[in-house]
Design a protein around this ligand. Structure first.
Ligand code: NAD
Ligand code: TYD
Length: 363
C-alpha cells in the first residue's frame, strides 16, 4: 500500500478541482483516470501537467484490464470515483451513455476494486479490522427525487426516488456500491452532494451557461417559471467534504454534502447579473438581467432539492468555507480572468449541443 490515490473522472469539473487541490496541498500522488469525453478537459489540469505527484491516464472506468493493471501497479490507498455522465438534459436526449458509464462502468470498476481488496486481505487478513484502503463513490442529491415547498431537506435516510435518466443511473450505481459493502465487505463510502458551481464548470450547466451567454450578448435561458429550487455549494467546499469523508467517514455509510443555500433559479441568475453589472457592465448601460428569457421547461423537471448536511457537520466536523454570495463572486471573477479557457471549451462539440438543446434560439 502506498500514499497514492486513484481518481476517476479527474479531468471533469469537480474531479479536476479535487485533483488540483490534492496535489497542490502535497497530500500524495494522484493517478488520474479519465476517458476525456466532451466533459473532460486536460486544460483544467495544466497547472499540474508536469507535477511529479500527478499521473494522467486516458481510459474508461469500464475497461477492467486497465483498472486491474493500475491497481496492481500503483497499489493505491483509495479509489475516488467521480467519473460519470453528469448532465440531466443530455440524459433526456440520450440516456444510453448514462447507463454505460454510470451503471455498467461503475459495476466494472467495483469488480476490479473488489479483486484488489481481496488480494490485500489475502496478503494480510488483519487489515479487515481496520482497512487501510477505501473506495469513495461521489454521488448526487438528485437520487432522492423532488421535494414539495414545505418538505424537510433530504437526509441520508430519505428514500431514493430518482426522476431523470441521469439520477436513476446514479441511484443504480449508489445501490451497487452499497451492495458491495454489505455482501463482500468492500470498504466503501458514498457522498451525495447538492448542485456545485465554481471554476472549470462546463458551460452546459445553468450558472456557467448564463454567465457566458450574458457576456456574449445572448439570451439567458430560464426553464419554465424559473422557480425551481436547487441547493448550491461552491466546488472547493465539495472537495473539502470528500477529503474529510475519505479521512474520517465510517465505512459503509453515506454522507449528504450541502451548503444550506437553497435558491430559485431566477434568483441565482439575477444575482449573477448583478455581479456582472458591477464587474463588467454592459457598454449600453443596461443590466444583464434584460437578457433573461423564459424557455420551454425541461421534461420531468424536479421542482426542489435541499440537502440536510447535519450528519457530516456533527460527526465529521465539516463546514463549507463559502456562502453562496462569496462563492458566486469568486466564480464570476474566475470566468472573467480565464477567457482563453472559455474560448477553448466553447468550440466544436459544445456548439452542436447548444444548437440541439436550445434549437439555435439562444446561442
Ligand atoms: P463532469 O461531467 O464535469 O465530469 C465527468 C468526468 O468524467 C469527465 O472528465 C469525463 O471525461 C469523465 N468520464 C465520463 N465517462 C467516463 C468513463 N466511462 N470513464 C472514465 N472517465 C469518464 O461531471 P462533474 O460535474 O465533475 O461531476 C463529477 C461527479 O460528481 C459525477 O459523478 C456527478 O454525478 C457527481 N456530482 C456532480 C454534481 C454537480 O453539481 N456537478 C453534484 C453532485 C454530484
Ligand atoms: P443544471 O445546471 O443542468 O443542474 P441540475 O439539472 O443537475 O440541477 O440545472 C440547474 C437548474 O437550472 C435546473 O433546475 C434546470 C435549470 N436550467 C435552466 O433553467 N436553464 C438552462 O439552460 C439550464 C442548463 C438549466
Amino acid at each position: 500500500m502506498t500514499n497514492t490515490i486513484l481518481v476517476t473522472g479527474g479531468a471533469g469539473f469537480i474531479g479536476s478541482n479535487f485533483v488540483l487541490d490534492w496535489v497542490k496541498a502535497g497530500l500524495g500522488t494522484v493517478i488520474n483516470l479519465d476517458k476525456l469525453t466532451y466533459a473532460g478537459n486536460l486544460e483544467n489540469l495544466s497547472a499540474i501537467a508536469e507535477h511529479p505527484d500527478h499521473l494522467f491516464i486516458q481510459g474508461d472506468i469500464g475497461d477492467r484490464a486497465l483498472i486491474a493493471k493500475l491497481l496492481a501497479e500503483h497499489k493505491p490507498r483509495a479509489v475516488i470515483n467521480f467519473a460519470a455522465e453528469s448532465h440531466v438534459d443530455r440524459s433526456i436526449h440520450g440516456p444510453e451513455d448514462f447507463i454505460q458509464t454510470n451503471v455498467v462502468g461503475t459495476f466494472n470498476l467495483l469488480e476490479e476494486v473488489r479483486a484488489y481488496w481481496n488480494s490485500l486481505v489475502e496478503a494480510n487478513p488483519e487489515i479487515k479490522n481496520n482497512p487501510p484502503f477505501r473506495f469513495l463513490h461521489v454521488s448526487t442529491d438528485e437520487v432522492y427525487g423532488t421535494l414539495g415547498p414545505q418538505d424537510p431537506a433530504f437526509t441520508e435516510t430519505t428514500q431514493y426516488a430518482p426522476n431523470s435518466p441521469y439520477s436513476a443511473s446514479k441511484a443504480a450505481s449508489d445501490h451497487l456500491v452499497r451492495a458491495y459493502h454489505h455482501t463482500y465487505g468492500l470498504p466503501v463510502l458514498t457522498t451525495n452532494c447538492s448542485n456545485n458551481y465554481g471554476p472549470y464548470h462546463f458551460p452546459e450547466k445553468l450558472i456557467p451557461l448564463c454567465l457566458l451567454n450574458a457576456l456574449n450578448g445572448k439570451p439567458l435561458p430560464i426553464y419554465g417559471d424559473g422557480q425551481q429550487i436547487r441547493d448550491w455549494l461552491f466546488v472547493k467546499d465539495h472537495c473539502s467534504a470528500i477529503r474529510r469523508v475519505l479521512e474520517a467517514g465510517k465505512l459503509g455509510e453515506t454522507y449528504n454534502v450541502g451548503g444550506w443555500n437553497e435558491k430559485a433559479n431566477l434568483d441565482v441568475i439575477n444575482t449573477l447579473c448583478q455581479i456582472l453589472n458591477e464587474l463588467q457592465p454592459r457598454t449600453d448601460g443596461k443590466g444583464y438581467e434584460e437578457q433573461i428569457t423564459f424557455v420551454e421547461d425541461r421534461p420531468g423537471h424536479d421542482r426542489r432539492y435541499a440537502i440536510d448536511a447535519t450528519k457530516l457537520e456533527r460527526e465529521l466536523g465539516w463546514k463549507p468555507a463559502e456562502t453562496f454570495e462569496t462563492g458566486i463572486r469568486k466564480t464570476v471573477a474566475w470566468y472573467l480572468q480565464n477567457q482563453q479557457w472559455v474560448h477553448n471549451v466553447t468550440s466544436g462539440e459544445y456548439r452542436n449541443w447548444v444548437n440541439k438543446q436550445y434549437s439555435g434560439s439562444v446561442a
